[in-house]
Design a protein around this ligand. Structure first.
Ligand code: NAP
Length: 317
């Protein structure tokens, strides 16, 4: 039996649907049934039920966005750093393999080829980096799994949320047998306040930057494939290969959905941060070579975006 934690959440729900579609024997456990975040409740439950694998889609995300984590620091720390450590300890003690939903938001920027080698560019609003990303995308690549997070408590500034996600990874890496599955800005075809494609259509003004993105169902499917295909445990960036600017995404929305509105951008970072955001935001590009060379298939970000918009299902009001 596969045990699914966090199935009541946005990502956990997609895991539940995918496990159902695959006909897997699984059990979704909520904190309302058993507070699995406490070792003294979790450990006896795991010892008794002996899951063959655990999917951890539980964690603390600020709502409507990461700014909410700045004023809920104890919950954020507990959900994203302390709880994964508890789960890692219990799984290691019982030798249960598991996967943890992490985030690409522990990085900022990309790698850029300067003519003298690759360097990390942390700020992709830099006009020179923007020019390279638009005109010579081959000179841009993402962060790979060997690289140390540069948007964390150890490499500030960072949001409190990102800091706790990086600490969560640190606290479980190499403890027993686990996968760290990095997700980045989930989207799909279902209009939802948590869907990136819905969010950008509802913002009064949009923040233009470059990012890697994860189609929600592609992501959970790839995560489950890491286990079913028995690829080596470890960290994997699970985004749709490639990167897009917010302006590129809006162009696709305008072409395919033809919304009855014009989109406007924040003039610059200082206007965005003075009027629309509290915590620093991560914008980053992820390298998916490790995942792809392990044999896990992911379609390109452009294909996933276009398919989502072509099959767009408006939320019922
Ligand atoms: N959504 C995103 O944009 C995004 C992006 C990158 C990474 N992630 C990561 O994906 C995971 C799931 O995110 P999500 O968007 O699905 O979140 P969500 O909708 O808020 O759901 C999270 C679920 O986790 C469980 N949970 C366990 N401990 C919790 C705690 N301390 N506080 C709140 N909930 C807790 C809850 O389920 P029960 O109470 O029913 O057990 C809850 O339904 C998180 O680790 C998040 O960091 C999300």
């Amino acid at each position: 039996m596969i045990l699914l934690l966090g199935a009541t959440g946005y990502i956990g729900n997609a895991f539940q649907e995918e496990l159902e579609q695959r006909g897997e024997n699984f059990h979704a456990l909520s904190r309302t049934q058993l507070d699995y975040t406490h070792f003294e409740q979790l450990y006896p439950y795991l010892r008794k039920n002996k899951p063959s694998f655990i999917v951890n889609a539980a964690g603390y995300t600020g709502k409507p966005n990461v700014d909410a984590c700045e004023s809920a620091k104890a919950d954020t720390l507990q959900g994203n750093a302390l709880f994964p450590q508890v789960l890692a300890s219990a799984c290691a003690a019982l030798d249960i393999p598991w996967g943890h939903v992490s985030s690409g938001c522990i990085f900022s920027g990309c790698q850029v080829e300067t003519g003298q080698g690759w360097i990390v560019a942390k700020d992709m609003t830099d006009p020179e980096i923007r020019k390279i990303a638009k005109k010579s995308p081959a000179r841009i690549r993402g962060f790979d799994e060997t690289m140390t997070p540069n948007f964390s408590f150890r490499d500030q500034p960072c949001s409190f949320y990102s800091g706790t996600k990086a600490l969560g990874e640190e606290s479980i890496r190499g403890v027993g047998r686990n996968y760290i599955w990095r997700l980045r800005i989930p989207f799909d075809e279902q209009d939802n306040s948590r869907n990136y494609l819905s969010k950008i259509q509802r913002y009064a003004k949009v923040y233009d930057n470059f990012n890697s993105l994860s189609h929600r169902r592609d992501y959970v499917s790839a995560c489950l494939d890491t286990w079913s295909q028995k690829i080596p445990f470890g960290t994997y960036n699970i985004t749709n290969p490639g990167f897009v600017s917010t302006a590129d995404v809006l162009k696709k929305i305008e072409t395919i959905l033809k919304p009855h509105r014009d989109f406007h951008f924040w003039e610059n970072d200082s206007e965005f941060y003075s009027q629309a955001a509290v915590a620093p935001r991560s914008n980053c590009i992820m390298d998916t070579s490790k995942l792809l060379s392990a044999g896990i298939k992911m379609r390109s970000v452009d294909e996933a975006l276009e398919q989502s918009l072509n099959q767009w299902q408006y939320e019922k009001s």
